[in-house]
Write a protein of this length. Structure first.
Length: 490
């Protein structure tokens, strides 16, 4: 079975990676399709995504595809879910069952009690055949959407950054025009105060001027015409700027066939929180101030872990190299043995050699075990047991024995009923052949739960001089009584 990834899966992965690294470009989606700086005519959204798979897009939406809703203050719309549910209900009442599949986006402006301003919220609905399946089409072709917002919201944010005096004025307004559709936005001290979507009787400069005059008359008395900015496209006829009058401040050519995408590009400053920012991708996430410190900490931890892994890898290689050399030395040792035997016979007895300069022998533990096995344990144990059993008034009770084979040293621990018995044991062992340096190293009262005296005895022995049990018994039977008595006195 072939588990290799399919080309389609690899293609999607490559498109996602390119989209993640690509710089977002601004596009405008209208009723005729998508428009961009590099497009000579509108294209269908699906065709553009197919031709630009793996790109990133900042999509601005035409007002002709949107329906606006501004909620009355005081409604119990505390979160985004409640706001969108209320908006879907209102759109359903006006437009019927056709409004059920529409995409919704909400916006909210926080209350400012010090200025006497309450919270404001609203929603927009996206409809039309040009906007059907916009999210699914983008995902199918690996197009990354960074934001999907109304064009009037992007133009309002950019104008507020480019015109700080206009934004800070007590009363100001923006008229965003798209043919016969006019979005009228009023501001009070830089905060959105009103949002209306109106229609011209025809897309002409005269109809626009007439509608703007009506809006100025309905507006607050403090709104001068000089604080009204007009942006957009779609008017028919020439001399648009002259027909609207010199008081209004125009941006770009209102008789263009497409919007100026430079007016919809984000500015260098952060978007204003006092202006609506509806986004069909959801509310923009605020970056935590701890993001960069946490990222730096994570990078430091990864660097440390990588360095530790590299050190461990290097140590492993060194150990493998040493192991290979040792195996090679052991494999070559049997073949070199006939040539090195005479040299070893001469070198081993040389006691004057400095032990610290001698190379370590890998077989030393095995030699120590063999030396322990060659010790005359039968003679050692029998002589110790006989010496303890011959004591009066009571024999000893042995607790432990510790033997150092290479040095031929013995340490015994036992329990005696009297302090004199350990001393007698020292004399008996010292009198035996092959025993020397027999000493009583510790004598104290037994611990709780034991009775008598606990003692510790150390001694050195020579295995080649110890008498075997059978030989000792024969010598004891043939020897005169006076000889044994003399040995006991020694």
């Amino acid at each position: 079975m072939n588990n290799s990834p399919s080309p389609s899966w690899l293609g999607r992965l490559q498109r996602r990676l390119r989209a993640r690294l690509a710089r977002p470009q601004t596009l405008f989606l209208g009723i005729d399709g998508v428009q961009g700086a590099a497009l000579s005519r509108p294209e269908a959204w699906a065709d553009w995504c197919r031709a630009h798979a793996g790109s990133a897009v900042r999509l601005s939406l035409s007002s002709r595809l949107l329906h606006e809703l501004v909620c009355q203050p005081g409604l119990p719309l505390d979160d985004e879910a409640a706001l969108l549910a209320y908006a879907r209900q209102q759109f359903g009442q006006y437009f019927g069952a056709a409004a059920k599949p529409w995409s919704l986006a909400g916006w909210r402006l926080e209350a400012e009690p010090q200025a006497g301003l309450s919270e404001q919220c609203g929603a927009i609905a996206l409809h039309g055949s040009a906007a059907q399946g916009w999210r699914e089409v983008a995902a199918e072709h690996g197009v990354r959407l960074t934001q999907v917002q109304p064009a009037w919201a992007l133009a309002l944010q950019r104008l507020a950054q480019d015109e700080p005096e206009w934004r800070s004025a007590e009363h100001a307004a923006l008229a965003w025009l798209e043919g016969q559709v006019l979005t009228w936005l009023t501001l009070t001290s830089g905060r959105l105060a009103g949002l209306r979507q109106l229609r011209l009787r025809e897309a002409t400069p005269e109809a626009l001027a007439e509608l703007l005059q009506e809006l100025l008359q309905e507006a607050q008395p403090g709104l001068p015409a000089a604080q009204v900015h007009v942006m957009g496209y779609g008017l028919q006829g020439t001399g648009t700027a002259l027909n609207l009058g010199p008081a209004l401040r125009l941006h770009g050519r209102l008789d263009a066939t497409a919007p100026d995408l430079a007016q919809l590009e984000p500015g260098a400053a952060a978007p204003s929180r006092r202006l609506p920012r509806p986004d069909f991708l959801g509310a923009p996430r605020e970056r935590s101030p701890l993001a960069w410190p946490l990222a730096a900490t994570a990078a430091l931890v990864l660097a440390t872990a990588g360095w530790s892994a590299w050190q461990a890898y290097t140590d492993r290689l060194q150990q493998q190299t040493q192991l290979a050399r040792l195996k090679a030395t052991q494999a070559a040792a049997p073949r070199a043995k006939p040539q090195t035997t005479p040299v070893a016979a001469v070198a081993v007895p040389a006691r004057g050699r400095d032990a610290g300069k001698t190379a370590p022998d890998a077989s030393r533990p095995a030699q120590e075990v063999q030396a322990l096995l060659r010790q005359p344990w039968e003679a050692v144990l029998v002589q110790v047991e006989q010496a303890g059993a011959a004591l009066k008034p009571a024999p000893l009770a042995w607790l432990s024995m510790d033997v150092n084979g290479p040095r031929q040293e013995l340490r015994l621990e036992g329990l005696a009923s009297d302090k004199l018995l350990p001393l007698q044991l020292v004399d008996r062992l010292a009198a035996e052949a092959g025993w020397r340096d027999v000493m009583l190293s510790r004598l104290q009262n037994a611990e709780q739960g034991l009775t008598g005296q606990r003692f510790e005895l150390t001694a050195k022995f020579r295995g080649d001089l110890l008498r075997r049990p059978g030989v000792a018994a024969a010598e004891a039977a043939d020897a005169p009584v006076s000889t044994k008595t003399g040995e006991a006195r020694r």
